[in-house]
Every structure is written in structure tokens, then in C-alpha cells.
Design a protein around this ligand. Structure first.
Ligand code: LMR
Length: 394
């Protein structure tokens, strides 16, 4: 049977991990996959996480199944994180814990298809490279809406609004809650207001993927779009990830929340979500979620985590600035000022796939073909080499 299968190319982002690892050059730089790195280039386990893990090891008395929802306390905690403190008492919201943000996206897609097998989802052009296979392979009919102008390095907001203005009632709009992946260019608050008006007017359903909460402006500020829609629309889906803001990448911690028009509908939606989970992966992993829940409910640990999150955010902001300054000095004829306007882990450099290939081959600088860079890969020690490398391929 297996002889009928064709080989599949590796994922464009994940394959960079191996390529960078195998490169023997000492000066190599990894700007590929979206993981945080500190000033020494390491992806540390947060102190708050370490402490919570110690606490867990010392106090956990059982590893018995928790059920398809996962940990109820965790679900309440992350609902509050994204929708605000009152959300835990809102019986229109239902949440299931998921294996990372990707698990949440897939179950969300499957649930939409149970409700409407012909569902159409509008996705930003560009979007995270795994959104398309993840949601498309589930069976959603994907349509692009313009988002980024690679010439002007800015959001094509008018084009986006014009295209979404043609969407039909009931169609779904996938939006990035903050830290747009891959462009790093987020909607302004005014733009969120206008998108929300449009979503309401045309009876569209927002599906907000918020995988980088805390990496743009701050934990609360980054929820502007989600909370605005929450106050205005009858139905919405939100997927969250704790990979980045808690640094729990390999522990796979995420959540999937549904906003329904009323409590009775919410119960039905919840039962469908639980049945989907049961038939896809049965139950989510617990360890990372238990760690997150402990941190969020322990005043001291929560404060420590918020400090660590702010530290990661600030490092990203300062590395962006530094790169722009260095580029200005080594490539004065080229304008890279857009990089300073981006948020979160990513931005586009604005170079061609050929230039990306040359950066890899000649300089050991690894980034996605689209020219997306993970800003975390920049350090004070490598920024000069990086800027010179970029200048050398322009
Ligand atoms: C990324 O975009 O690099 C991250 O979200 C990691 C991934 O799974 O692609």
C-alpha cells in the first residue's frame, strides 16, 4: 500500500532547524523557526516555569486521565487571559485545552465543517505558512484577502477591506490577534474598529489566532482585537498558544474557545468540540497546561512570569532597532525602516528568494524564502555580521 505514496517536501520553516544545525560555520545565524532566543542565543526555560514544574513534581498525586477538555482550571485561566476577567462567568464562552495552537486550529476547523461542510474561510495574504495546509486539509475552502504590500512594506488595508466587503454572510475571517506571522505588521486599533464594523455589517464570523499574546504591546493591550469583537459579535472562535509567552514550545499547550450567541448554543458547540477532540487525539497533554495554570494562579509566580514576558518583548524591540541602525550604516541606499514598525517575533526583510538563498549559502544566515526573519536570532554580537551579510546580497 505504501508504494502509492509520493514523498512530501519538508515544512519550509521546520526544515531550517536541521539545515542550520548541520552548518559547521561558527558565525552562522538562525533567523528561522519562531522560538525565542536570549542575548546568548539560547531558548531558556523561564524561571517561573521551572518553579512551577518543581511545584508540580512535588505535589502532583496522579497522572490519570482528565478528560477531553483537559484541565478545567486551565481553561478558565486562559479564557480570562484573552477575553478578560469576566469571561470565566460568561456562559456563552466554552473552551477546550489543546495540543498547542495548531491543535486548536485544527479542531476549530473541523467544528466549522461539522456546522457547514461548504464553509469558506478568508485568510490574510500572506499568513503563517502552516495555516493553509492545516485549515485547508481539514476541508475548509480558503480564500485570500490582501494584507501586505511587499513593495511599500505596509498593510494593504483598503484592499483588505474591499475584498472582505465581498464576503458572504456566514463566511469566516481568519485574523491574527497580534504579532502578525509572517509580516509582523499588525492592524492599528482604528483598523480593528473598522474590520469589526465590517464583520458585523456583513455577518461574517471572526476566527482569531492569537499565538503571541504579550509579544507586541503587552499582555492586555495585545487582546484589543479579540475583546472588541467579543463585545460586538454573536459568534467567534479564538485559538491561543502558550508556546511563546510561556516558552513551552515542546510541551504543546494551547486552547480553543468558542463564543456562541447564547448559553444553550454554547453547550451544543462544546459537546461537538469534545466529541471532535475524542476522535482526533482523545485528550490533550497535561504537563504544560498544569504549569501555566499554576503560574497564573500564584501571585508571585504570575508577577515573575509577567516580568520575564516583558523582558522577552523588550529584547525583541531593541534588536529590531539595532538591526535597522546597523543596516542604515552598511546599506545607506536601502530603506529598512519598516522593520522598526513591526511587532512580535517576525518581519519581512524585503529581499528576494535568490537573496535569501545567497544569505544561506555564502553567509550561513538562515531565514524563510519569503524573507521572514525571526528577530530573536539577532544579538548584539551578531548584528553587525548580519547587517553586512544582508548588504552583501542587495
Ligand atoms: C513559526 O511560524 O515559526 C512558528 O509558529 C513555529 C511553527 O510551528 O511554524
Amino acid at each position: 500500500m505504501f508504494e502509492t505514496l509520493e514523498p512530501k517536501p519538508g515544512d519550509a520553516i521546520l526544515k531550517l532547524i536541521g539545515e542550520h544545525k548541520e552548518d559547521p560555520r561558527a558565525e552562522k545565524i538562525d533567523l528561522g523557526v519562531g522560538v525565542y532566543r536570549d542575548a546568548e542565543g539560547n531558548t531558556p526555560i523561564l524561571n517561573s516555569v521551572k518553579k512551577a514544574e518543581h511545584w508540580l513534581v512535588g505535589t502532583q498525586t496522579s497522572k490519570a486521565y482528565l478528560g477531553s477538555r483537559g484541565d478545567i482550571v486551565f481553561c478558565d485561566d486562559v479564557e480570562k487571559l484573552v477575553f478578560g476577567d469576566d469571561a470565566a462567568d460568561d456562559d456563552r464562552i466554552s473552551t477546550v485545552q489543546s495540543p498547542g495552537g495548531s491543535g486548536a486550529l485544527r479542531v476549530g476547523a473541523e467544528l466549522i465543517l461539522r456546522a457547514n461542510p461548504d464553509a469558506v474561510m478568508w485568510v490574510s495574504d500572506p499568513t503563517w505558512n502552516n495555516h493553509i495546509p492545516l485549515m485547508g486539509n481539514a476541508g475548509l475552502k480558503l480564500q485570500p484577502y490582501p494584507y501586505y504590500d511587499g513593495e511599500k512594506n505596509s498593510i494593504r488595508f483598503d484592499d483588505m477591506m474591499e475584498t472582505l466587503g465581498t464576503a458572504n454572510a456566514g463566511e469566516i475571517v481568519l485574523l491574527h490577534g497580534c504579532c502578525h506571522n509572517p509580516t509582523g505588521m499588525d492592524l492599528s486599533r482604528d483598523q480593528w474598529d473598522l474590520v469589526t464594523d465590517l464583520v458585523e455589517e456583513r455577518s461574517l464570523m471572526p476566527f482569531i489566532d492569537i499565538a503571541y499574546q504579550g509579544f507586541a504591546e503587552g499582555l492586555e493591550d495585545d487582546t484589543y482585537g479579540v475583546r472588541l469583537m467579543y463585545g460586538r459579535v454573536p459568534e467567534m472562535i479564538v485559538t491561543q498558544s502558550c508556546s511563546k509567552n510561556f516558552g513551552l514550545y515542546r510541551d504543546r499547550v494551547g486552547a480553543l474557545s468558542f463564543l456562541s450567541p447564547d448559553a444553550d448554543t454554547a453547550k451544543v458547540v462544546d459537546s461537538q468540540a469534545l466529541s471532535l477532540v475524542r476522535t482526533i487525539y482523545s485528550l490533550p497533554p497535561d504537563h504544560g497546561a498544569a504549569v501555566v495554570s499554576h503560574i497564573l494562579n500564584d501571585e508571585e509566580l504570575r508577577a515573575e512570569w509577567l516580568g520575564e514576558l516583558a523582558g522577552m518583548r523588550k529584547r525583541l524591540q531593541s534588536m529590531r532597532k539595532l538591526l535597522v541602525e546597523e543596516l542604515k550604516s552598511v546599506a545607506p541606499d536601502h530603506d529598512f525602516s519598516h522593520i522598526a514598525l513591526t511587532t512580535g517575533m517576525f518581519c519581512y526583510l524585503g529581499v528576494t528568494p535568490e537573496q535569501v538563498a545567497a544569505l544561506k549559502k555564502d553567509r550561513g544566515v538562515y531565514l524563510v524564502d519569503s524573507s521572514r526573519i525571526n528577530v530573536c536570532g539577532i544579538t548584539e554580537g551578531n548584528v553587525r555580521y548580519l547587517a553586512e551579510s544582508i548588504a552583501s546580497v542587495l
